[in-house]
Write a protein that binds this ligand. Sequence first.
Ligand code: NAP
Length: 408
Amino acid sequence: MAAVGSAEYALQHLIDPEVCIRCNTCEATCPVHAITHDSRNYVVDFAVCNNCNACVAPCPTGAIDHWHQVVKAMPYTLDEQLSWDNLPAPIELEVGSQAEVPSDVRALTEIATAGQGGPSAPPWSASHPYVNLYSQGRPAVATVTGNYRLTDEGASADIRHIVLDFGTAAFPVLEGQTLGVLPPGMDDSGRPHHVRLYSVASPRDGERPRYNNVALTIKRVNVDHDGKPVLGIGSNYLCDLKIGDKVNVVGPYGASYLMPNHPGSSLMMICTGTGSAPMRAMTERRRRRRALKEGGELLLFFGARVPEELPYFGPLMKLPKDFIDINFAFSRLSDQPKTYVQDRIRDRVDKVFQMLTDDNCYVYLCGLKGMEAGVIEAFRDVCRTNGSDWDALKPQLLAKSRLHIETY
Ligand code: NAP
């Protein structure tokens, strides 16, 4: 864009459509409803955005970390933003005319870049993650080396363990990080499908140790949460892959939902369905290093409708009881009342309180959005039963990077 004459400039908060994975986190977080979307892009209304930056830290990819200097009277309109496939080039400004970057914007940009994946910083002993090595314009090409159904053939949910090999391309990931898959083809508006984000289900040294591969846990989506038929573009693409197929992958993403590495550190993991992917990665990391006797305790709460639909049920049942304390919650067993993970947390009130108040224990939630409120209420009850107050404890957990939540 050409230089603009004497004008007043402002910073406009924009979302990079190339990096955005359309997870809705920003729109759900924005307290003034400045963020909206169509079937394609997430956009920020310049007239409504008050630069509070509540949306910045929770963004899992950093797509939100963009502030372009614009002529104040001519910001990018919503229609313009909705039509973008990429962010426009910054305008050229007159010498000395740059809008000043507010210090809170600057600070939040730094935090967002350092801590993508959530508002919390990573545990102090987490390994340093690589992020954003591959973009939509330059994806890594992986080869499918495994596609196994995890759930029983008769079960209504088709959940798969998919292994992608990167060959000689570097794709370093840590447990808790995510990657994006680019489904081939076009959407209804004739543009390439946007990125689909998945948690890595394998530990950092590969699904097969010392191989350059990762595993994903994918549920084929053919109905929405209300039971209406929908075709999950990303999930059906992945679930139908054959050995040898090539997949375009972007990322990795996430620099806060990471596991601690220091000896004696414990993990409390709470998940539903395919939200088990990061828990599987962390558990496997600890299992492979068990002989080193460096790990603390592992406590797992895992919810699914029935055992036949619980990913990794068989392998989990084989893990030694003195290695991991597993608490399943089944919601649709014909002979038992509906049980959610939060019910099982209440059943284990003493253990949960001991771990919540242990500075060496790190807590991870992953899965359905609805679970989050239920689990927090259960934590509140656990604290109350022990004469403590969750509202006082939670800020301490966050300040010590001991509470990590990834729900959708
Ligand atoms: P799902 O099968 O729909 O549900 C798993 C269990 O959670 C069921 O027993 C369900 O019970 C229960 N549940 C429903 N509402 C709940 C609530 N309010 N509190 C506690 N439990 C509740 O799960 P899914 O389809 O696998 O979905 C998992 C979620 O994880 C998705 O949102 C997905 O996006 C997310 N996720 C996936 C990945 C990945 O890499 N694939 C990574 C991170 C997160 P009922 O249905 O019987 O009520």
